[in-house]
Design a protein around this ligand. Sequence first.
Ligand code: DSN
Length: 467
Amino acid sequence: MADAAHGAAGPTPPPHLALLNEGFAALREADPDLAALLDAELDQQCSTLAMVASSSVADPSVLAAAGAVLSNVTAEGYPGARYHPGSRYFDEVERLAVARARAAFGAQYANVQSHSCSSANLSVLMSLLPPGGVLLGLGLDSGGHLTHGSAASVTGRHFLAVSYGLDPHGRIDLDEVRRLAHAHRPGVVLAGASAYPRRIDFARFRAVADEVGAYLVADISHIAGLVAAGEHPSPIDLAHVTTTSTYKQLGGPRGGLILSGAEHRTPGPDGRTPLSDLMDRAVFPRSQGTPSPASIAAKARALGLLRTESARWAARLIVENARALADGLARRGHRVLTGGTDNHMVVLDLRPSGISGLVAERALEGCGILANRNRIPGDTRSAQVTSGLRLGTNILAQRGMGASEMGQCVELIDAVLRAVISVDDTTHTLDPRVQRAVRAEVRELCARFPLPGYPTSNLPTGSEVPL
Ligand code: DSN
């Protein structure tokens, strides 16, 4: 049998590998424009310092699973209870993803079908709150997420959203959470953030939720990798339901998870249906049709990787690097919100420098450093422009960079932010010598610390290819 796999031209690759190889070859041949864009994207990822706090890099095996033939399977429902035939293998894949999600987070219940954490949040909120029900979440300008009740999101229109904010030190104001909870009697208290560099005290949130008889929902999208590795306290047994995206810090595909721990059999608002059953129904059939089987395979792979020693090591490094970055930037005179960080994120208030978040983002991007503009508390600029900059260390740690490289990153960021000249809030100039020097150093750093399992950029170090 072994010989059957060896033809005259050498060993035959396993069928899935052959299929994907063939697919890429056909793409190059039949659609060179698209293939060139994908190659350019790969090169950009390999040769830039991605410090977008809501991103991590997927292991090549995760990408392979996401491109698997499971994309061809249509199968509504859950394993063993589908509405379409032919889902025997997909059922096993989904069971594997559920088991790994539960193991990674110490959860009793997991649903792996949500197409994103935004859709997971919508499913959860619509199952726990009636239309017009009161939702208490962190305000967008204080670092909250759109789906936590922002007026720009359906969650701010469909529900009566009340926002809590930060105290004068920039920490979540739990006294205000309590006061608002008693004043508005929310059905759901949401604990979670998109731009908040400090620990979230889920136990205190739970105490407030209990005082007013609310469900506590924790959205750990940004910190899920730290939670899984024990680098941030876990809400799994404190919150009634926990949601997360799978790409922000889990190195997974685009997608979401719904998890529950000690409360998974607690009744929902009807007083009967256990939360786990309610959540399954909330996803399918209430808010989604067919799941994305290949994404679920990729989730299974990424969740499996979370339990490795290298994932735990990366999580520790993420936090150490963020601290080093915050300290270094503060020492160079930049205003770091809350004075530091407990997680992967550093948020800068750019107002003392007079440059907008948009100008800072664009100037850095021109040098190969990717970090996004962010509104900050008291911001008078629009969400498109902003006065803040959010940096994250997930991918730097995945590359294996440590304290010394964080010192280098601080120097590079500082050099750009000092040299950039704002024409107005949206346009800038930057001395080309600074841009060239920083870009070259970024390329050198990226070549020395390649993305794990990815090729190094094939462009020469110091190349002037515009971003
Ligand atoms: N929620 C957005 C962010 O935090 O950047 C992207 O998923």
